[in-house]
Write a protein that binds this ligand. Structure first.
Ligand code: FMN
Length: 191
């Protein structure tokens, strides 16, 4: 079982990073092989809508997204972590998501499995944190992430969402957030 963690925050060691690290520890504790990629350390250009992928299902832009496609293909479980930035996922996460348009093409136009053939379906978990406590704080990000998972045939395995958490590392003061993240990581590979 291979679990891919995708850190979408530009703030290293921040709240979503810490939650993601616990999820990955929980998964590793159940015997999973884990790998975390940090989007802010990668060069991923936004989709240019050049339509080159329409023929091939592959993006012609040769940047770090090419590595991410490979990691997505190899993963059995995907854990996407992004704080809320202006009511949505971060720019880093959105650039990666938009570059998955090439995989949309594979699925809906070329009628190919977006991430290659696989007997056991992939599953995905979403982690997010926002500084405010707005009632609808996570809705736009949830819509985006659920859309990504649906397009990539990744079954939605749930989410860890925390509002009112703003300062770097403040999530550690939450009574059980990190522990619940560890348990969610364990469950993700048990399911
Ligand atoms: C550019 C930017 C935009 C933000 N927009 C929102 C927002 O719309 N709503 C909100 O509740 N918090 C917002 N925040 C606060 C972050 O969601 C919050 O600080 C979160 O804990 C950061 O998580 P991280 O430590 O994983 O980066 C924003 C922060 C930044 C830097």
């Amino acid at each position: 079982m291979r679990v891919l963690g995708i850190a979408g925050s530009p703030r290293r060691g921040g709240n979503t990073d810490r939650l993601l690290a616990e999820v990955m520890k929980g998964a590793a504790n159940q015997g999973a092989e884990t790998k975390t990629i940090v989007l802010s350390r990668l060069k991923i250009a936004p989709c240019q809508h050049c339509d080159a992928c329409l023929e091939t299902g592959r993006c012609k832009v040769k940047d770090d997204m090419q590595m991410v496609y490979g990691e997505l293909e190899r993963a059995d479980r995907i854990v996407l972590a992004s704080p809320i930035h202006f009511m949505g996922v971060t720019a880093q996460a959105k650039a990666m998501i938009d570059r998955c348009q090439a995989l949309w093409v594979r699925k809906y136009r070329l009628k190919q499995p977006p991430l290659g053939n696989r007997q056991v379906p992939r599953k995905g978990l979403f982690i997010s944190v926002g500084g405010t406590k707005l009632a609808n704080l996570f809705e736009p990000a949830l819509a985006t992430v659920k859309s990504l998972f649906r397009v990539l045939d990744i079954a939605y395995a749930g989410e860890l969402l925390f509002s009112g958490v703003d300062e770097k590392g403040a999530i550690a003061k939450h009574p059980d957030a990190l522990y619940n993240a560890f348990l969610a990581g364990q469950r993700l590979v048990e399911e």
